[in-house]
Design a protein around this ligand. Structure first.
Ligand code: KG4
Ligand code: ZN
Length: 338
């Protein structure tokens, strides 16, 4: 079955053609990062305008690269949750129009669930697995009994991990998106220099909290009780140590909770997804500290937002639930398991 996947939840417009949920024939991604960078983060109105400009050229390119036409497509899958509401609507309306014009079935796919699917694509995974979502907007641990079957174990009570990276980078005067910048700077730093710690969540010890960690970084970089607008008072060398120590604190916390949750829930594997899985230090920390279970990471081209993970999961969603009538497919800001 040939599936066309459409993704427009945030700042990437992407279309992809995937066969039977696993064989990627094309995965065209138009990133808006350069345009949002000058504003220090994603500007929703700008994101929507860029999706409108790019959706048709990206769709055409994805069919061309896959060497197929719309006639060859068996199913249209589109990310319909969660994301920026205006951005979601552009992909969803394009998908509805295609479905109505061609008579092909249409299925809505949850973007966060698809981030986890990115690591599963084409793999035989031992279930139950612990799904670890580490993205710009979400941080959660979920038990996966199979593709499409989830039980949430924990989530962040404040910032998502990617958001914490982006905010810490901003405090240090680094450009958006902050994750790759922090990773690069941390390579030159000493991770033991500052004793940062992620927050503890009373009554729900597997939940995450990164906002206190972010404030500790702010006070270290700009002085006690400083505000976001205060000047930086530490040297470039110190900044590298802050970046390395922040990363160490955040990833140690994640590794510790992943290990506990996997054990408590008798998981046979660990599946990771979301933009932060790009980080090589994260991959090293988890590989070292979770040695008893196999870890499944997305291929580098599938870590950030992309249409392939939407098409891949869309195939399974369609087999599980069937499609939606175009006029009934709605957008939503909910994660798959909330
Ligand atoms: O999964 P994603 O595309 O966003 C959502 O679906 O929300 O991930 C984007 C996030 C950003 O916060 C970005 O800073 C972070 O992933 N990120 C990284 C790295 N590359 C991207 N964080 C840490 N290290 C990286 N190398
Ligand atoms: Zn994403």
């Amino acid at each position: 079955m040939l599936v066309l996947g459409i993704e427009s939840t945030c700042d990437e417009t992407s279309c992809s053609v995937v066969r039977d949920g696993k064989e990627i024939l094309s995965n065209v991604v138009s990133s808006q990062i350069e345009l949002h960078r000058e504003f220090g983060g994603v500007v929703p109105e700008l994101a929507c305008r860029l999706h409108i400009d790019k959706i048709i050229p990206v769709l055409d390119e994805s069919l061309k690269v896959a060497n197929v036409t719309l006639d060859d497509i068996d199913l249209i899958a589109v990310a319909n949750a969660p994301g920026l509401i205006g951005a979601l609507l552009i992909g969803v309306n394009a998908a509805k129009a295609l479905a109505l014009a061609t008579g092909k079935p249409l299925v809505g796919v949850n973007h966060i669930e698809a981030h986890l699917y990115a690591a599963v694509m084409g793999e035989e995974i031992p279930f139950p697995a612990l799904g670890v979502v580490l993205s710009g907007g979400h941080t959660s641990l979920v038990i996966m009994d199979g593709v499409g079957q989830y039980r949430e174990v924990s989530h962040t009570v404040d910032d998502a991990i990617g958001e914490a990276f982006d905010k810490v980078a901003k405090v240090m005067g680094l450009p958006y998106p902050g994750g790759p910048e922090i990773e690069k700077l941390a390579l030159k730093g000493d991770a033991t220099r500052f004793a940062f710690k992620a927050g503890k969540v009373k009554d729900a010890p597997l939940n995450f909290s990164f906002s206190g960690l972010k404030t500790s970084v702010l006070y270290t970089v700009k002085g006690p009780r400083a505000s976001q607008k205060s000047p930086i008072i530490i040297s470039e060398e110190d900044k590298a140590d802050v970046a390395a120590s922040f990363q160490e604190a955040a990833f140690s916390d994640i590794a510790k909770k992943v290990k506990i949750a996997a054990k408590e829930q008798n998981c046979k594997s660990i599946i990771l997804g979301g933009g932060v899985t790009n980080n090589k230090y994260l991959r090293k920390v988890l590989a070292e500290r979770c040695q008893n279970l196999p870890l499944y990471w997305p291929a580098p081209a599938l870590t950030l937002d992309n249409g392939a993970m939407i098409a891949g999961l869309g195939y399974h969603r369609f087999l599980l639930d069937g499609g939606s009538e175009p006029h009934k497919l709605e957008v939503s800001t909910q994660a798959a398991w909330s």
